[in-house]
Design a protein around this ligand. Structure first.
Ligand SMILES: Cc1cc2nc3c(=O)[nH]c(=O)nc-3n(C[C@H](O)[C@H](O)[C@H](O)COP(=O)(O)O)c2cc1C
Ligand code: SF4
Ligand code: SF4
Length: 255
Protein backbone atom coordinates (compact mmCIF):
# COMPACT_ATOMS: atom_id res chain seq x y z
CA UNK A 1 0.00 0.00 0.00
CA UNK A 2 1.06 3.61 -0.60
CA UNK A 3 0.45 6.26 2.05
CA UNK A 4 0.50 9.84 0.79
CA UNK A 5 0.35 12.61 3.38
CA UNK A 6 0.45 16.37 3.66
CA UNK A 7 1.48 17.03 7.25
CA UNK A 8 3.14 20.34 8.11
CA UNK A 9 3.39 19.68 11.86
CA UNK A 10 3.26 15.88 12.01
CA UNK A 11 -0.21 15.12 13.44
CA UNK A 12 -1.63 13.96 10.12
CA UNK A 13 1.36 11.74 9.49
CA UNK A 14 0.94 10.13 12.94
CA UNK A 15 -2.71 9.25 12.27
CA UNK A 16 -1.90 7.96 8.76
CA UNK A 17 0.83 5.71 10.11
CA UNK A 18 -1.38 4.21 12.81
CA UNK A 19 -4.04 3.23 10.25
CA UNK A 20 -1.63 2.38 7.43
CA UNK A 21 0.71 0.10 9.38
CA UNK A 22 -2.24 -1.92 10.64
CA UNK A 23 -3.50 -2.47 7.09
CA UNK A 24 -0.07 -3.14 5.58
CA UNK A 25 3.18 -3.02 7.62
CA UNK A 26 5.21 -2.85 4.36
CA UNK A 27 3.64 0.34 3.07
CA UNK A 28 5.46 3.04 1.08
CA UNK A 29 5.28 6.61 2.38
CA UNK A 30 4.86 9.50 -0.08
CA UNK A 31 5.40 12.87 1.62
CA UNK A 32 3.68 15.61 -0.37
CA UNK A 33 4.39 18.28 2.30
CA UNK A 34 7.74 19.73 1.10
CA UNK A 35 7.91 22.17 -1.79
CA UNK A 36 8.26 19.83 -4.82
CA UNK A 37 11.88 19.50 -5.98
CA UNK A 38 11.04 17.50 -9.09
CA UNK A 39 8.10 16.30 -11.09
CA UNK A 40 7.66 12.89 -9.38
CA UNK A 41 4.57 11.08 -10.65
CA UNK A 42 2.94 7.96 -9.27
CA UNK A 43 0.66 5.94 -11.58
CA UNK A 44 -0.92 3.27 -9.39
CA UNK A 45 -2.25 -0.01 -10.79
CA UNK A 46 -5.72 -1.46 -10.07
CA UNK A 47 -4.18 -3.95 -7.60
CA UNK A 48 -2.37 -1.22 -5.58
CA UNK A 49 -3.98 0.62 -2.65
CA UNK A 50 -3.63 4.27 -1.69
CA UNK A 51 -4.27 5.88 1.70
CA UNK A 52 -4.24 9.67 1.60
CA UNK A 53 -4.13 11.77 4.76
CA UNK A 54 -4.51 15.56 4.93
CA UNK A 55 -5.17 18.10 7.70
CA UNK A 56 -8.40 20.09 7.74
CA UNK A 57 -8.03 23.84 7.17
CA UNK A 58 -11.24 25.84 7.63
CA UNK A 59 -13.34 22.71 7.11
CA UNK A 60 -11.65 22.01 3.76
CA UNK A 61 -8.64 20.21 2.29
CA UNK A 62 -5.70 22.66 2.03
CA UNK A 63 -5.52 23.76 -1.65
CA UNK A 64 -1.77 22.97 -1.61
CA UNK A 65 -2.58 19.32 -0.81
CA UNK A 66 -5.25 19.13 -3.54
CA UNK A 67 -2.71 20.48 -6.05
CA UNK A 68 0.06 18.03 -5.00
CA UNK A 69 -2.26 15.02 -5.03
CA UNK A 70 -2.65 15.45 -8.77
CA UNK A 71 0.74 13.72 -9.19
CA UNK A 72 -0.81 10.44 -7.95
CA UNK A 73 -3.24 8.75 -10.31
CA UNK A 74 -5.07 5.45 -10.18
CA UNK A 75 -6.96 3.10 -12.48
CA UNK A 76 -9.96 2.19 -10.34
CA UNK A 77 -7.35 1.68 -7.58
CA UNK A 78 -8.88 1.29 -4.10
CA UNK A 79 -8.31 4.36 -1.92
CA UNK A 80 -8.90 5.47 1.65
CA UNK A 81 -9.16 9.22 2.34
CA UNK A 82 -8.27 10.30 5.89
CA UNK A 83 -8.88 13.83 7.19
CA UNK A 84 -7.26 14.94 10.42
CA UNK A 85 -8.66 17.90 12.36
CA UNK A 86 -7.97 19.85 15.53
CA UNK A 87 -11.13 19.00 17.49
CA UNK A 88 -13.42 21.68 16.01
CA UNK A 89 -14.93 19.97 12.94
CA UNK A 90 -13.93 18.60 9.55
CA UNK A 91 -17.05 19.98 7.80
CA UNK A 92 -16.70 19.21 4.03
CA UNK A 93 -13.06 18.06 3.99
CA UNK A 94 -13.69 14.31 3.81
CA UNK A 95 -16.24 14.69 1.01
CA UNK A 96 -13.84 17.00 -0.83
CA UNK A 97 -10.93 14.57 -0.51
CA UNK A 98 -13.09 11.61 -1.58
CA UNK A 99 -14.34 13.53 -4.64
CA UNK A 100 -10.79 14.56 -5.56
CA UNK A 101 -9.51 10.98 -5.31
CA UNK A 102 -12.37 9.75 -7.51
CA UNK A 103 -11.53 12.34 -10.15
CA UNK A 104 -7.89 11.16 -10.02
CA UNK A 105 -8.94 7.59 -10.92
CA UNK A 106 -9.45 6.03 -7.49
CA UNK A 107 -12.30 3.99 -6.07
CA UNK A 108 -12.95 5.05 -2.48
CA UNK A 109 -13.72 2.04 -0.29
CA UNK A 110 -13.67 3.72 3.15
CA UNK A 111 -13.04 7.12 4.74
CA UNK A 112 -11.80 8.24 8.14
CA UNK A 113 -12.04 11.51 10.07
CA UNK A 114 -9.87 11.71 13.16
CA UNK A 115 -8.33 14.17 15.55
CA UNK A 116 -4.79 15.47 16.17
CA UNK A 117 -3.43 18.35 18.22
CA UNK A 118 -4.54 21.69 16.80
CA UNK A 119 -1.46 22.95 15.02
CA UNK A 120 -2.22 26.64 15.75
CA UNK A 121 -4.07 26.56 19.10
CA UNK A 122 -2.19 23.68 20.62
CA UNK A 123 -4.23 23.46 23.82
CA UNK A 124 -7.02 21.92 21.74
CA UNK A 125 -6.68 18.14 21.22
CA UNK A 126 -3.32 18.46 22.96
CA UNK A 127 -1.30 15.23 22.68
CA UNK A 128 -3.70 13.56 20.24
CA UNK A 129 -3.81 11.08 18.63
CA UNK A 130 -3.61 9.43 22.07
CA UNK A 131 -3.90 5.79 23.15
CA UNK A 132 -7.70 5.85 22.87
CA UNK A 133 -7.46 7.22 19.33
CA UNK A 134 -4.86 4.62 18.47
CA UNK A 135 -7.12 1.78 19.62
CA UNK A 136 -10.07 3.15 17.62
CA UNK A 137 -7.98 3.75 14.49
CA UNK A 138 -6.53 0.22 14.65
CA UNK A 139 -10.07 -1.20 14.85
CA UNK A 140 -11.03 0.88 11.80
CA UNK A 141 -7.94 -0.37 9.98
CA UNK A 142 -8.90 -4.01 10.52
CA UNK A 143 -12.37 -3.37 9.10
CA UNK A 144 -10.87 -1.56 6.12
CA UNK A 145 -8.39 -4.40 5.58
CA UNK A 146 -11.20 -6.96 5.49
CA UNK A 147 -13.15 -4.90 2.95
CA UNK A 148 -10.03 -4.40 0.87
CA UNK A 149 -9.37 -8.14 0.75
CA UNK A 150 -12.96 -8.81 -0.34
CA UNK A 151 -12.78 -6.06 -2.99
CA UNK A 152 -9.52 -7.51 -4.34
CA UNK A 153 -11.17 -10.95 -4.49
CA UNK A 154 -13.79 -9.44 -6.83
CA UNK A 155 -16.65 -8.66 -4.42
CA UNK A 156 -18.59 -5.56 -5.47
CA UNK A 157 -19.63 -2.88 -2.98
CA UNK A 158 -21.99 0.10 -3.32
CA UNK A 159 -20.40 3.55 -3.32
CA UNK A 160 -19.80 4.76 0.24
CA UNK A 161 -21.17 8.07 1.46
CA UNK A 162 -19.32 10.37 3.85
CA UNK A 163 -20.28 13.46 5.84
CA UNK A 164 -20.09 16.77 3.99
CA UNK A 165 -22.04 19.32 1.97
CA UNK A 166 -21.31 19.22 -1.79
CA UNK A 167 -21.43 23.02 -1.79
CA UNK A 168 -18.19 23.26 0.14
CA UNK A 169 -17.60 25.75 2.92
CA UNK A 170 -15.56 28.74 1.76
CA UNK A 171 -12.18 29.08 3.49
CA UNK A 172 -10.47 32.43 3.00
CA UNK A 173 -7.24 31.39 4.72
CA UNK A 174 -6.08 31.88 8.29
CA UNK A 175 -5.06 35.39 9.30
CA UNK A 176 -2.48 34.20 11.86
CA UNK A 177 1.01 34.40 10.34
CA UNK A 178 4.24 33.54 12.17
CA UNK A 179 6.85 36.17 12.92
CA UNK A 180 10.55 35.76 13.68
CA UNK A 181 12.08 36.87 16.97
CA UNK A 182 15.50 37.78 18.31
CA UNK A 183 16.66 34.18 18.80
CA UNK A 184 16.82 33.55 15.02
CA UNK A 185 20.39 32.76 13.87
CA UNK A 186 19.45 32.62 10.16
CA UNK A 187 20.13 28.87 9.93
CA UNK A 188 17.63 28.59 7.06
CA UNK A 189 15.80 25.46 8.28
CA UNK A 190 12.39 27.14 8.17
CA UNK A 191 12.97 28.43 4.63
CA UNK A 192 13.90 24.92 3.44
CA UNK A 193 10.96 23.29 5.18
CA UNK A 194 8.20 25.76 4.32
CA UNK A 195 5.79 23.85 2.02
CA UNK A 196 5.09 26.91 -0.16
CA UNK A 197 8.41 28.82 -0.15
CA UNK A 198 6.94 31.68 1.89
CA UNK A 199 10.28 32.27 3.70
CA UNK A 200 13.10 33.60 1.49
CA UNK A 201 16.30 31.55 1.90
CA UNK A 202 18.42 34.70 1.70
CA UNK A 203 16.43 36.33 4.53
CA UNK A 204 14.60 33.76 6.68
CA UNK A 205 13.61 36.44 9.18
CA UNK A 206 10.76 37.56 6.97
CA UNK A 207 7.53 35.79 5.99
CA UNK A 208 5.86 36.44 2.66
CA UNK A 209 2.38 36.66 4.13
CA UNK A 210 0.58 36.50 0.77
CA UNK A 211 2.16 33.08 0.10
CA UNK A 212 2.02 31.74 3.70
CA UNK A 213 -0.75 29.17 4.30
CA UNK A 214 -0.42 29.45 8.13
CA UNK A 215 0.51 25.77 8.40
CA UNK A 216 2.84 26.34 11.42
CA UNK A 217 5.60 24.10 10.07
CA UNK A 218 8.25 26.81 10.42
CA UNK A 219 7.41 27.17 14.12
CA UNK A 220 7.55 23.40 14.61
CA UNK A 221 10.96 22.95 12.90
CA UNK A 222 12.86 26.00 14.17
CA UNK A 223 15.74 24.70 16.36
CA UNK A 224 15.96 28.07 18.16
CA UNK A 225 12.22 28.34 18.84
CA UNK A 226 12.54 31.74 17.23
CA UNK A 227 9.25 31.79 15.33
CA UNK A 228 5.83 32.36 16.84
CA UNK A 229 2.33 33.63 16.32
CA UNK A 230 2.07 36.93 18.22
CA UNK A 231 0.84 35.73 21.66
CA UNK A 232 -2.00 38.28 21.94
CA UNK A 233 -3.43 37.16 18.55
CA UNK A 234 -3.09 33.50 19.52
CA UNK A 235 -4.86 34.10 22.83
CA UNK A 236 -7.68 35.95 21.09
CA UNK A 237 -8.24 33.09 18.61
CA UNK A 238 -8.06 30.53 21.39
CA UNK A 239 -10.88 32.34 23.21
CA UNK A 240 -12.97 32.66 20.04
CA UNK A 241 -12.74 28.89 19.38
CA UNK A 242 -13.09 27.77 23.02
CA UNK A 243 -16.71 26.63 22.81
CA UNK A 244 -16.30 24.82 19.48
CA UNK A 245 -12.96 23.11 20.22
CA UNK A 246 -13.14 22.07 23.88
CA UNK A 247 -15.46 19.02 24.03
CA UNK A 248 -13.61 15.88 22.95
CA UNK A 249 -14.54 14.58 19.47
CA UNK A 250 -13.96 10.96 18.47
CA UNK A 251 -12.63 9.35 15.26
CA UNK A 252 -15.25 8.31 12.68
CA UNK A 253 -15.20 5.58 10.05
CA UNK A 254 -17.30 5.57 6.86
CA UNK A 255 -17.33 2.16 5.22
C1 LIG B 1 -4.76 27.08 8.74
C2 LIG B 1 -5.37 26.04 9.63
C3 LIG B 1 -6.75 25.86 9.64
C4 LIG B 1 -7.31 24.87 10.46
N1 LIG B 1 -8.67 24.66 10.41
C5 LIG B 1 -9.23 23.69 11.19
C6 LIG B 1 -10.62 23.42 11.15
O1 LIG B 1 -11.37 23.96 10.34
N2 LIG B 1 -11.13 22.50 12.01
C7 LIG B 1 -10.35 21.85 12.92
O2 LIG B 1 -10.89 21.08 13.72
N3 LIG B 1 -9.00 22.02 12.94
C8 LIG B 1 -8.43 22.92 12.09
N4 LIG B 1 -7.06 23.10 12.09
C9 LIG B 1 -6.22 22.19 12.89
C10 LIG B 1 -5.60 21.09 12.01
O3 LIG B 1 -6.57 20.52 11.15
C11 LIG B 1 -5.00 19.97 12.85
O4 LIG B 1 -4.23 20.49 13.88
C12 LIG B 1 -4.17 19.01 12.03
O5 LIG B 1 -3.92 17.89 12.82
C13 LIG B 1 -2.84 19.60 11.58
O6 LIG B 1 -2.13 18.63 10.86
P1 LIG B 1 -0.54 18.52 10.89
O7 LIG B 1 -0.14 18.26 12.34
O8 LIG B 1 -0.28 17.33 10.04
O9 LIG B 1 0.02 19.78 10.38
C14 LIG B 1 -6.48 24.07 11.29
C15 LIG B 1 -5.08 24.27 11.28
C16 LIG B 1 -4.54 25.23 10.46
C17 LIG B 1 -3.04 25.39 10.44
S1 SF4 C 1 14.67 27.95 11.57
FE1 SF4 C 1 14.56 29.45 13.25
S2 SF4 C 1 16.66 30.06 13.62
FE2 SF4 C 1 16.63 29.04 11.63
S3 SF4 C 1 16.32 30.71 10.15
FE3 SF4 C 1 14.30 29.95 10.66
S4 SF4 C 1 13.60 31.27 12.34
FE4 SF4 C 1 15.80 31.55 12.18
S1 SF4 D 1 5.81 30.58 6.54
FE1 SF4 D 1 3.66 30.06 6.59
S2 SF4 D 1 3.45 28.47 5.03
FE2 SF4 D 1 5.63 28.62 5.50
S3 SF4 D 1 5.98 27.09 7.06
FE3 SF4 D 1 5.56 29.02 8.13
S4 SF4 D 1 3.36 28.99 8.50
FE4 SF4 D 1 3.79 27.42 6.95
Amino acid sequence: MHIAYFSPTGGTRKAAEIIGKEIDPDDTMIDITPYPQNESRYALAPDDTLLVAVPVYGGRVPPTAIERLKCITGRQTPAIPVVVYGNRDYDDALLELKTELESNGFQVIAGVACIAEHSIMRIYAHGRPDLEDEAALKQFALRIKTKLEKAKAGELFPEISVKGNPIYKVFHGAFLKPRTGEKCNSCGTCALQCPVHAIPEENPRITLTDKCISCMRCIAVCPQKAREIPPADLEQSTQVFKERCSARKEPELFI
